[in-house]
Design a protein around this ligand. Structure first.
Ligand SMILES: Cc1cc2nc3c(=O)[nH]c(=O)nc-3n(C[C@H](O)[C@H](O)[C@H](O)COP(=O)(O)OP(=O)(O)OC[C@H]3O[C@@H](n4cnc5c(N)ncnc54)[C@H](O)[C@@H]3O)c2cc1C
Length: 287
C-alpha cells in the first residue's frame, strides 16, 4: 500500500549548521533525506515509518572530492555518477569506481549518494566492500562537534551502526594503498543492471617475490554486515598462490562467512560463489 503523503514533513535547512541544530533540538525526530533512492522505495511501499525529513541535498559542506598523496576525502553527498566520472578516483581507488559503475542504472547513479549507501546499512550494498579494502574512515558531525570512526567497526549488526540520532555522515576518507597492489572487484547478481548483489567482492593484494605479502578480502551479501575475511587473509599472507593454498583458503573462508537464504539466493550458492571469487582472485595474483 502506498504512503499517505500529507502525513510526511520535509524541511530544507539553509546550511549544515542549521541542519545540525535542527537534529540536536529534537534528537531522533528528523531524518536526513539525501538522494532518496532508498527512502522513496520505502515511501512507495508504505513502509516509511519515519515522518520528518531534512532535505540535505543542497548542503555544500557535504560535497566535494579531494585526492592527495595519502588519501581521498569524498563528501557524503557524492553520487555514483560523480564517483564514476572522477579521474583520480578511477586511477587510484579503482574498486570504488567499479562499485559505483555497478550500482543500479543511470538514474540511480545520478541520485544515489555514498553517504546514503552507508547509512542505509544494507549488507548487500555494493560500495562498502571497496570502502573496507581502503580502510575507510567516516567523519560524523553533530551540533556537538565532529568525530572520525573507522568504517570497519561502523556496522555492528544488521541495520545497526555507530551513528547517533543527531549525527550526519559528512565525509568518507579512503586511505591510499602504497606499493604495488593488484585490485579486483566483482558483483555477482541476476543481471547486470538494477540487480541487488547475491555476492559482492572487493580485494587487493601486494605480491613480493611470488608470495602474497599482504592481502585484503571484503565481501557483501554473505553476513549480516559487509565484512573483511581477516582469518582467510591471515592464512594467505606469506603464501605463494597454488592449488593447495587456494583449497585451504577456500575452506577457511567457508568457515568464516555466514550467508543466508533469501529471495535473491541460497546460502549454498553464496558460499560456492564466494569460494569461486577467491579462486578467481588468486588466479589473477599468479598470472
Ligand atoms: C532502482 C534501484 C537500484 C539500486 N541498485 C543498487 C545497487 O545495485 N547497489 C547498491 O548498493 N544500492 C542500490 N540501490 C540502493 C541505493 O541507490 C543506495 O543505497 C543509495 O546509495 C542511497 O543513497 P541516497 O542518497 O539515495 O539515500 P537516501 O534514500 O536519501 O537515504 C538512505 C538512508 O541514509 C540516511 N542518510 C542519507 N544520507 C545521510 C548522511 N549524509 N548522514 C546520515 N544519514 C544519511 C537516510 O536518513 C536514510 O536512512 C538501488 C536503489 C534503487 C531505487
Amino acid at each position: 500500500m502506498r504512503s499517505y503523503l500529507p502525513a510526511y514533513e520535509m524541511e530544507t535547512p539553509r546550511d549544515l549548521q542549521a541542519a545540525l541544530d535542527r537534529m540536536s533540538r529534537e534528537p531522533g525526530a528528523w531524518r536526513p533525506f539525501a538522494g532518496g533512492t532508498d527512502l522513496m522505495v520505502l515511501l512507495e511501499s508504505g513502509k516509511l515509518s519515519h515522518k520528518k525529513f531534512l532535505n540535505i541535498r543542497s548542503l555544500s559542506e557535504l560535497r566535494g572530492i579531494e585526492v592527495n598523496p595519502e588519501h581521498a576525502a569524498i563528501g557524503a553527498l557524492t553520487t555514483y555518477a560523480e564517483v564514476r566520472g572522477h579521474e583520480a578516483l578511477a586511477r587510484d581507488f579503482p574498486l570504488l569506481s567499479r562499485a559505483a559503475a555497478e550500482t543500479g542504472g543511470i538514474a540511480t547513479q545520478n541520485r544515489g549518494t555514498l553517504g546514503g549507501n552507508i547509512a542505509n546499512a544494507s549488507p548487500a550494498a555494493d560500495s562498502p566492500p571497496a570502502l573496507l579494502v581502503y580502510d575507510a574512515q567516516l567523519e560524523l558531525v553533530s551540533a556537538r562537534g565532529a568525530r572520525w570512526v573507522t568504517y570497519s567497526g561502523f556496522h555492528s549488526g544488521y541495520k545497526q551502526m555507530d551513528l547517533r540520532s543527531d549525527e550526519l555522515i559528512r565525509r568518507i576518507r579512503l586511505l591510499r594503498l602504497t606499493g604495488d597492489w593488484k585490485q579486483h572487484y566483482r558483483k555477482v547478481g541476476t543481471r547486470r543492471a538494477q540487480a541487488i548483489s547475491k555476492v559482492c567482492f572487493a580485494a587487493a593484494a601486494r605480491m613480493e617475490a611470488g608470495k602474497i605479502a599482504d592481502v585484503r578480502l571484503a565481501f557483501g551479501s554473505i553476513a549480516p554486515v559487509v565484512f573483511r575475511a581477516t582469518r582467510t587473509e591471515q592464512s594467505l599472507r606469506g603464501a605463494a598462490p597454488s592449488s593447495n593454498v587456494l583449497q585451504a583458503a577456500q575452506e577457511n573462508l567457508a568457515r568464516e562467512i555466514a550467508p543466508i537464504d533469501d529471495i535473491r539466493s541460497t546460502s549454498r550458492y553464496r558460499r560456492r560463489v564466494t569460494q569461486n571469487l577467491l579462486a578467481e582472485f588468486l588466479g589473477i595474483l599468479s598470472s
